[in-house]
Write a protein that binds this ligand. Structure first.
Ligand code: HEC
Ligand code: HEC
Length: 386
């Protein structure tokens, strides 16, 4: 039997050689055949970005996706309301900041310096991603978490690209970026970020479907308490000076209020003694419990900006507790009490005592007005059915 097979093999080989135009030099098969080609699967950038955003396999070890800390059920913020800041995929590793919503982040302009339209001598920082603006765009931002040791903890970009190549949606990647899409790690990594950014710009992450939106469209009614809250928000509470909204019905953006002007302010938020970042090993936090988050000032190396953070959107704020960059406040009621502080009810000492906004504190809100303010903020939750 053995002999027979061998012979057959040899004969077959000869036949094949002949078929290929025998006589030419025989090319040995490559010692390491490259990875098998990936069949393209038609998809949009948003669809690929969505797959990437929800893929828990893109951390090291597997188990953490972008959506783990930016969960749609929690307004695209961290669903873990008990912890002030988010835990990385490697248990026990915590970053210093509370995960903000990634929804509506696409409306932040690229980080830069703007001039006050009322006074050309006044300039200010605006836009960018992260609470300190250190990523200029969504694309830049999306490159960070995969290789951040206290987040998704991949050792390098090549590891992330290899995981995407092996993912069930790799065909979409090849469809969008070509058969060589995975050959160049840098280019592939940039395309991963571009697809995620496309998803972050999609209606799914920017739905404008809150009760407030329907009310502005004349399709829902706000209660008397919610209307009082809106009034306090735009007048006595001064909230809308930073958390801006569009009220003029003829403004083309009237149904697209973002509740942020994307500027940077120090509102005097206190330290959060329960921030788990204080207990991180020195390679992540050399300052221990003495750590101070200087926000924008540290990001751009300008001390006059110390303590300033980007004004967050208040859309879905009902779902995104705890609040502020370090998660120091557990409820919206605590936030409102903080803004309403005065001499009888003094605020806790600020984390950074620099250029604290004069629009914060001494609002003189009554208990009824404070409750109304909270009720109004709860009209900003997406998914309202009119
Ligand atoms: C371990 C939790 C965690 C994971 C995983 C994570 N993020 Fe974040 N995200 C955060 C935190 C914390 C911040 C704020 C950090 C800061 O300001 O320094 C943030 C900030 C952001 C912002 C900026 C929002 C704004 O208003 O400035 C975006 C957008 C974002 N993340 C998207 C993503 C994407 C895309 C991924 C996956 C590639 C991801 N995140 C993975 C915790 C996480
Ligand atoms: C001077 C600008 C300014 C004003 C006025 C202002 N805010 Fe803010 N607000 C901010 C900034 C900046 C932050 C983020 C601060 C931080 O993280 O340290 C913030 C954070 C918040 C948060 C937490 C959001 C989150 O996701 O953690 C809530 C809620 C909030 N503001 C509600 C209000 C209300 C209600 C008012 C009016 C009573 C108000 N703000 C007035 C600038 C302002």
């Amino acid at each position: 039997m053995r002999m027979f097979i061998k012979t057959t093999g040899a004969v077959l080989g000869l036949l094949l050689l002949a078929a290929c135009g025998g006589g030419e030099e025989q090319v040995p098969p490559p010692a390491n055949p490259g990875p098998s080609p990936i069949t393209p699967v038609a998809a949009t950038m948003e669809e690929l970005g969505r797959d990437l955003f929800f893929d828990q396999n893109l951390s090291e070890p597997a188990g953490q996706a972008c959506a783990t800390c930016h969960d749609p059920a929690a307004g695209f913020a961290d669903p873990d309301n008990a912890s002030p800041t988010s835990e990385g995929v490697l248990g026990g590793r915590f970053g210093g900041r509370n995960a903000p919503t990634a929804a509506y982040a696409s409306f932040s302009p690229p980080f830069g310096i703007a001039t006050d339209p009322m006074d050309p001598l006044v300039t200010f920082y605006v836009g960018g991603q992260f609470l300190d603006g250190r990523a200029a765009t969504l694309e830049e931002q999306a490159k960070g978490p995969f290789v951040n040791p206290i987040e998704m903890a991949n050792p390098d970009k090549a590891t992330v690209v290899a995981k995407v190549r092996a993912a069930p949606y790799a065909g979409k990647f090849v469809y969008l970026f070509g058969p060589d899409a995975f050959d160049d790690v840098e280019a592939a990594y940039d395309n991963i970020a571009a697809a995620i950014a496309a998803f972050e710009r999609s209606p799914e992450m920017n739905p404008f479907t809150s009760k407030f939106d329907y009310w502005q469209r004349g399709q829902a009614t706000l209660t008397a308490q919610e209307l009082l809250g809106l009034q306090v928000f735009t007048n006595k509470g001064k909230c809308s000076t930073c958390h801006t909204l569009v009220e003029n019905p003829t403004d083309p953006d009237v149904e697209r209020s973002l509740f942020t002007n994307f500027r940077y302010f120090n509102i005097g938020v206190p330290k959060n003694p329960n921030n788990p970042f204080y207990n991180q090993p020195p390679q992540f936090n050399p300052d221990g419990a003495a750590f101070i988050d200087y926000g924008l000032g540290a990001a751009i190396g300008v001390t006059t900006e110390n303590g300033k953070f980007k004004v967050p959107t208040l859309r879905n704020v009902e779902l995104t507790a705890p609040y502020m960059h370090n998660g120091v406040f557990a409820t919206l009621e605590e936030v409102v009490d903080f803004y309403n502080a005065d001499d009888n009810n003094p605020p806790p000492p600020p984390e950074v005592d620099n250029d604290i906004s004069a629009d914060v504190g001494f609002l003189g809100l009554t208990p009824e007005e404070k409750a109304a303010l909270v009720a109004f903020m709860k009209t900003l939750t997406d998914g309202y059915v009119p």
